[in-house]
Design a protein around this ligand. Structure first.
Ligand code: ZN
Length: 212
Protein backbone atom coordinates (compact mmCIF):
# COMPACT_ATOMS: atom_id res chain seq x y z
CA UNK A 1 0.00 0.00 0.00
CA UNK A 2 1.34 3.43 -0.91
CA UNK A 3 1.40 6.71 0.92
CA UNK A 4 -2.05 8.33 1.42
CA UNK A 5 -2.29 11.56 -0.66
CA UNK A 6 -2.88 13.75 2.38
CA UNK A 7 0.24 12.41 4.12
CA UNK A 8 2.41 12.84 1.02
CA UNK A 9 1.14 16.41 0.63
CA UNK A 10 1.94 17.22 4.26
CA UNK A 11 5.50 15.94 3.82
CA UNK A 12 6.01 17.81 0.53
CA UNK A 13 4.74 21.03 2.18
CA UNK A 14 7.01 20.43 5.19
CA UNK A 15 9.95 20.23 2.78
CA UNK A 16 9.09 23.61 1.29
CA UNK A 17 8.84 25.11 4.76
CA UNK A 18 12.12 23.56 5.93
CA UNK A 19 13.79 24.87 2.78
CA UNK A 20 12.39 28.37 3.37
CA UNK A 21 13.92 28.21 6.86
CA UNK A 22 17.29 27.25 5.40
CA UNK A 23 17.35 23.86 7.11
CA UNK A 24 17.80 21.51 4.15
CA UNK A 25 20.91 22.50 2.13
CA UNK A 26 21.79 20.26 -0.84
CA UNK A 27 19.97 16.94 -0.24
CA UNK A 28 20.09 17.24 3.56
CA UNK A 29 17.19 16.54 5.90
CA UNK A 30 14.42 13.99 6.05
CA UNK A 31 10.84 13.99 7.28
CA UNK A 32 8.23 11.41 8.22
CA UNK A 33 4.67 10.92 9.44
CA UNK A 34 3.38 7.91 11.38
CA UNK A 35 0.71 6.02 9.43
CA UNK A 36 -0.36 3.46 12.04
CA UNK A 37 1.07 1.24 14.77
CA UNK A 38 3.54 -0.46 12.45
CA UNK A 39 4.27 1.87 9.50
CA UNK A 40 5.45 5.37 8.63
CA UNK A 41 5.76 7.49 5.50
CA UNK A 42 9.27 8.91 5.01
CA UNK A 43 11.18 10.88 2.39
CA UNK A 44 13.26 8.87 -0.08
CA UNK A 45 17.02 9.21 -0.34
CA UNK A 46 18.84 11.83 -2.38
CA UNK A 47 16.20 14.44 -3.30
CA UNK A 48 16.39 18.13 -2.50
CA UNK A 49 13.77 18.47 0.21
CA UNK A 50 12.54 21.86 -0.99
CA UNK A 51 11.43 20.34 -4.32
CA UNK A 52 9.76 17.09 -3.28
CA UNK A 53 6.81 15.52 -5.07
CA UNK A 54 4.41 12.91 -3.69
CA UNK A 55 6.50 10.25 -5.42
CA UNK A 56 9.47 11.13 -3.18
CA UNK A 57 7.69 9.74 -0.12
CA UNK A 58 7.59 6.02 0.68
CA UNK A 59 6.21 3.62 3.28
CA UNK A 60 8.50 1.66 5.62
CA UNK A 61 7.80 -0.43 8.69
CA UNK A 62 9.11 0.43 12.16
CA UNK A 63 12.33 -1.48 11.42
CA UNK A 64 12.91 0.66 8.33
CA UNK A 65 12.07 -2.12 5.85
CA UNK A 66 10.62 -0.63 2.63
CA UNK A 67 7.00 -1.57 1.92
CA UNK A 68 7.21 -0.30 -1.66
CA UNK A 69 9.43 -2.03 -4.19
CA UNK A 70 11.86 0.16 -6.14
CA UNK A 71 12.16 2.96 -3.59
CA UNK A 72 15.13 3.55 -1.36
CA UNK A 73 14.63 5.23 1.99
CA UNK A 74 16.91 7.87 3.41
CA UNK A 75 19.96 6.51 5.21
CA UNK A 76 18.57 8.05 8.37
CA UNK A 77 15.19 6.28 8.18
CA UNK A 78 16.23 4.16 11.17
CA UNK A 79 16.46 7.29 13.34
CA UNK A 80 12.84 8.08 12.49
CA UNK A 81 11.86 4.49 13.33
CA UNK A 82 13.73 4.78 16.63
CA UNK A 83 11.68 7.85 17.62
CA UNK A 84 8.32 6.23 16.73
CA UNK A 85 9.24 3.02 18.53
CA UNK A 86 10.25 4.86 21.70
CA UNK A 87 7.73 7.71 21.90
CA UNK A 88 4.11 6.63 21.27
CA UNK A 89 2.95 10.27 21.06
CA UNK A 90 5.31 11.00 18.15
CA UNK A 91 3.23 11.42 14.98
CA UNK A 92 5.70 13.37 12.81
CA UNK A 93 9.49 13.69 12.79
CA UNK A 94 11.70 16.36 11.19
CA UNK A 95 15.45 16.39 10.66
CA UNK A 96 17.39 19.39 9.38
CA UNK A 97 20.91 20.71 8.98
CA UNK A 98 21.56 24.34 9.89
CA UNK A 99 24.68 26.39 10.46
CA UNK A 100 23.65 26.95 14.09
CA UNK A 101 22.93 23.30 14.92
CA UNK A 102 26.09 22.17 13.13
CA UNK A 103 28.44 24.65 14.81
CA UNK A 104 26.91 24.47 18.30
CA UNK A 105 26.67 20.68 18.38
CA UNK A 106 30.38 20.39 17.58
CA UNK A 107 31.24 22.59 20.56
CA UNK A 108 28.63 21.38 23.04
CA UNK A 109 29.86 18.11 24.54
CA UNK A 110 27.01 15.69 25.28
CA UNK A 111 24.30 18.28 25.94
CA UNK A 112 23.35 21.80 25.03
CA UNK A 113 21.34 23.81 27.55
CA UNK A 114 18.88 26.40 26.30
CA UNK A 115 17.62 28.71 29.05
CA UNK A 116 15.71 31.96 29.30
CA UNK A 117 14.23 31.92 25.81
CA UNK A 118 10.59 32.87 25.29
CA UNK A 119 10.31 30.21 22.59
CA UNK A 120 10.98 27.41 25.10
CA UNK A 121 7.19 27.56 25.37
CA UNK A 122 7.06 25.63 22.10
CA UNK A 123 8.16 22.53 23.99
CA UNK A 124 5.73 20.44 26.01
CA UNK A 125 5.78 20.62 29.79
CA UNK A 126 7.69 23.92 29.78
CA UNK A 127 5.06 26.61 30.30
CA UNK A 128 7.34 29.60 30.84
CA UNK A 129 10.54 31.14 29.53
CA UNK A 130 12.11 30.53 32.96
CA UNK A 131 12.48 26.89 32.09
CA UNK A 132 15.59 25.38 30.66
CA UNK A 133 15.96 22.56 28.21
CA UNK A 134 18.91 20.20 28.00
CA UNK A 135 19.17 19.00 24.45
CA UNK A 136 21.12 15.74 24.16
CA UNK A 137 24.02 15.79 21.68
CA UNK A 138 25.16 12.44 20.27
CA UNK A 139 28.26 11.73 18.18
CA UNK A 140 27.83 11.56 14.43
CA UNK A 141 28.16 8.07 12.95
CA UNK A 142 27.72 6.76 9.41
CA UNK A 143 26.52 3.49 10.98
CA UNK A 144 22.94 4.63 11.63
CA UNK A 145 21.87 1.42 13.41
CA UNK A 146 24.74 1.91 15.87
CA UNK A 147 23.78 5.57 16.36
CA UNK A 148 20.21 4.51 17.15
CA UNK A 149 21.46 1.96 19.70
CA UNK A 150 23.39 4.81 21.36
CA UNK A 151 20.23 6.95 21.40
CA UNK A 152 18.19 4.12 22.93
CA UNK A 153 20.79 3.74 25.69
CA UNK A 154 20.76 7.51 26.25
CA UNK A 155 16.94 7.64 26.43
CA UNK A 156 16.94 4.71 28.90
CA UNK A 157 18.94 6.93 31.25
CA UNK A 158 16.82 10.09 30.88
CA UNK A 159 14.05 10.80 33.37
CA UNK A 160 11.98 12.85 30.93
CA UNK A 161 11.19 12.80 27.24
CA UNK A 162 13.79 15.00 25.50
CA UNK A 163 12.54 17.86 23.30
CA UNK A 164 14.66 16.52 20.45
CA UNK A 165 18.35 15.91 19.96
CA UNK A 166 21.39 17.10 18.08
CA UNK A 167 23.93 15.01 16.18
CA UNK A 168 27.38 16.56 16.52
CA UNK A 169 28.49 18.41 13.40
CA UNK A 170 25.41 17.16 11.58
CA UNK A 171 21.90 18.33 12.50
CA UNK A 172 18.81 18.32 14.68
CA UNK A 173 15.84 15.99 15.19
CA UNK A 174 12.47 16.98 16.64
CA UNK A 175 9.09 15.30 16.77
CA UNK A 176 5.50 16.11 17.77
CA UNK A 177 2.05 14.55 17.60
CA UNK A 178 1.53 15.96 14.08
CA UNK A 179 3.42 17.73 11.31
CA UNK A 180 2.31 21.32 12.15
CA UNK A 181 3.50 20.68 15.71
CA UNK A 182 6.82 19.28 14.54
CA UNK A 183 7.37 22.28 12.24
CA UNK A 184 6.63 24.67 15.10
CA UNK A 185 9.13 22.91 17.34
CA UNK A 186 11.79 22.80 14.64
CA UNK A 187 11.36 26.50 13.93
CA UNK A 188 11.46 27.35 17.65
CA UNK A 189 14.50 25.16 18.29
CA UNK A 190 16.46 26.50 15.35
CA UNK A 191 15.57 30.08 16.27
CA UNK A 192 16.97 29.53 19.77
CA UNK A 193 20.07 27.80 18.40
CA UNK A 194 20.70 30.76 16.14
CA UNK A 195 20.31 33.15 19.07
CA UNK A 196 22.71 31.00 21.06
CA UNK A 197 25.25 31.01 18.24
CA UNK A 198 25.05 34.76 17.73
CA UNK A 199 25.32 35.36 21.45
CA UNK A 200 28.45 33.21 21.68
CA UNK A 201 30.00 34.78 18.62
CA UNK A 202 29.47 38.19 20.13
CA UNK A 203 31.42 37.01 23.16
CA UNK A 204 34.07 35.19 21.22
CA UNK A 205 34.78 38.08 18.91
CA UNK A 206 34.92 41.56 20.43
CA UNK A 207 32.93 44.06 18.41
CA UNK A 208 35.73 46.62 18.51
CA UNK A 209 38.97 45.85 16.68
CA UNK A 210 41.83 44.40 18.72
CA UNK A 211 43.95 47.11 20.34
CA UNK A 212 41.30 49.81 19.87
ZN1 ZN B 1 21.22 14.42 8.24
Amino acid sequence: MGVPDQVAEAIVAAGRRMDALGLVPATAGNFSIRLDATRLAVTVSGRHKGFLTADDVMVVDLDGTPMEPGKRGSAETLLHCGIYRRFPEAGAVLHGHSIANTVLSRAAGNRLVLAGYELLKAFPGLPTHDAEVALPVVPNDQDIARMQRGLDALWDGLGAIPPGYLIAGHGSYVWAPDMPGALARMEALEFMLRCELEHRQAKWQPLRPAGA
